[in-house]
Write a protein that binds this ligand. Structure first.
Ligand SMILES: *Cc1c(COP(=O)(O)O)cnc(C)c1O
Length: 233
């Protein structure tokens, strides 16, 4: 039974999601602790985030630099051990802010951004994790490198831009079997010696875990349906 819509309190929803993560991991002989739950709090306010923190959640996902700048510095001051991942597109002129605001950027997909992140990290003397986003569905409107370009891009990140690649990330196309995309992402990671795999959202995180996800990005099942429109930058 998969209940994808959150119905209870945030603490109860978190407990349910963690239980589902445990079952999915154990179904394929994986240690549940090898899967990090990134709670996607975009559009939700500090009150909801603080509820999740009170329930023990420490990793969060946001998709906009500006929204993160508005919401997170005050929370971080109180809870220095929280980690925030950028899961939305990053523009070149926001890389400096991104390096101070985030602990991980999951959406590196252009050399300009990779180089800018590497430079800003050096300038700020702060290292954050970088994931390369792969457009596994080859969708025109989506960001991410095409699967065919992934190996060359990862090499360029490492050798030309001086960026170490902690993982790969994908968002499978709506209405398609996500397993095929998760398998493809895992394959690209494997042949490039990359350990991190950020894949799986509310609708499909259990499948993603079966295909090796190390990070699942779950919003709706924790915080409920988003009523505010998700703006893009
Ligand atoms: C919003 C979002 C999620 C969370 O989606 P849910 O279906 O609410 O779990 C995960 N990943 C990315 C990139 C997102 O933008």
């Amino acid at each position: 039974m998969s209940n994808s819509n959150a119905g209870g309190t945030i603490a109860a929803n978190l407990a349910l999601v963690k239980e589902r993560i445990r079952k999915a991991a154990e179904s394929v002989g994986r240690d549940p602790a090898s899967v990090e739950l990134v709670a996607v709090s975009k559009t939700f306010g500090a009150d909801a985030i603080l509820e999740a923190i009170a329930a023990g959640q420490r990793a969060f996902g946001e998709n906009r630099v500006q929204e993160t700048e508005d919401k997170w510095p005050a929370i971080r001051e109180r809870f220095p051990d929280v980690r925030v991942h950028l899961i939305g597109p990053l523009q070149r002129n926001k890389t400096k802010r991104a390096v101070t605001l985030f602990d991980a950027v999951e959406t590196v997909d252009r050399a300009r951004i990779a180089r800018a992140l590497a430079d800003e990290m050096q300038a700020a003397e702060r290292r954050i994790e970088c994931f390369v986003e792969v457009n596994t569905g080859e969708e025109e409107q989506k960001s991410g490198v095409l699967p065919l370009d992934a190996d060359a891009f990862i090499k360029e990140c490492r050798e030309v831009c001086g960026l170490s690649v902690a993982g790969l990330m994908c968002i499978p196309p709506q209405g398609e079997e996500p397993a095929l995309h998760f398998a493809l992402l895992r394959e690209i990671a494997k042949r490039n010696g990359i350990e991190g795999l950020s894949m799986g959202m509310t609708a499909d995180f259990e499948t993603a875990i079966q295909f090796g996800a190390t990070h699942v990005r779950v919003g709706t099942a924790i915080f409920g349906a988003r009523t505010k429109a998700v703006e893009s930058e």
